[in-house]
Design a protein around this ligand. Structure first.
Ligand code: FMN
Length: 239
């Protein structure tokens, strides 16, 4: 019998060393997703369940938007870290995922509310370059608005100049799926790829990507509700 060919490695599932000492087992990152289930700005026990569901050995999760002061609130019931009670309430979440890491996210192309710049590309490139002087572990950037070609979302791949300017770990985000994520890693366009809505709806996303299994669909209507379970910890795992 012919020997079986080795299965080809899935780029998103290959290990990656981040900085000097963080050994990631795969390249599928949870993108930051604001949720509004931290009543009175205090993380709740259900947050530990939610993040614990999405944790994998050697995986990386980025927390939801977290306030640093009571004047830094964009929405109600988002978690904070400015009181001892809040810091203590984060402890079970950290214990559930065993992860603490420092990086920065830039979204120069976003134009929400009054946030816009006359030259977002120049600003982003300046930031990406200057961050090299500050020992930042990773730079995480969102693609400009997605294009639709023949009814399919196409990632615009406009982050290369920033990827080249920044010397640390580069994380790409925005509209990625398995195919686009694999391409980004295989071509060196990004070291890691973060997934927002797909990870929100698929607690076992790394496993599904590894198996090329079908994905749960996300429900926008439950993104920002305050229920401790619905649209939060009740998305099913693979059997
Ligand atoms: C419910 C929800 C909340 C989000 N909250 C934040 C946030 O607090 N901070 C941030 O930088 N991006 C936030 N984003 C953007 C995501 O991190 C990500 O950039 C976006 O969903 C595109 O990635 P995706 O196509 O993989 O979902 C949010 C997105 C969603 C769907």
């Amino acid at each position: 019998m012919e020997p079986q060919a080795e299965p080809k490695p899935i780029p998103l599932m290959t290990p990656y060393k981040m900085g000097a000492s963080l050994d990631l087992a795969h390249r599928v990152v949870l993108a930051p997703l604001t949720r509004q289930r931290s009543y009175g700005n205090v993380p709740q026990p259900h947050a530990a369940v939610y993040y614990g569901q999405r944790a994998t050995p050697g995986g990386m999760l980025i927390t939801e938007a977290t306030g640093v002061s009571d004047t830094a609130q964009g929405y109600t019931d988002t978690p904070g870290v400015w009181t001892a009670e809040q810091a203590e309430a984060w402890r079970p979440v950290v214990d559930a995922v065993h992860a603490k890491r420092v990086g920065i996210r830039l979204s120069p192309f976003m134009d929400y509310m009054d946030c816009h710049d006359s030259d977002p590309h120049a600003l982003g490139l300046h930031m990406a370059t200057k961050l090299n002087d500050h020992g930042i572990l990773y730079l995480h950037m969102i693609e400009p608005r997605m294009a639709l070609v023949d009814g399919r979302r196409v990632v615009p791949h406009r982050l290369l100049p920033y990827r080249e300017a920044f010397k640390g770990t580069f994380i790409a985000n925005g509209g990625y799926d398995r195919e686009e994520g694999d391409k980004a890693v295989a071509s060196g366009y990004a070291d890691l790829v973060s997934f927002g809505r797909l990870f929100l709806a698929n607690p076992d996303l790394p496993k599904r990507l590894e198996l090329n299994a079908p994905l749960n669909k996300y429900n926008r209507l439950t993104f920002y509700i305050s229920d401790p379970v619905v649209g939060y910890t009740d998305y099913p795992f693979l059997p």
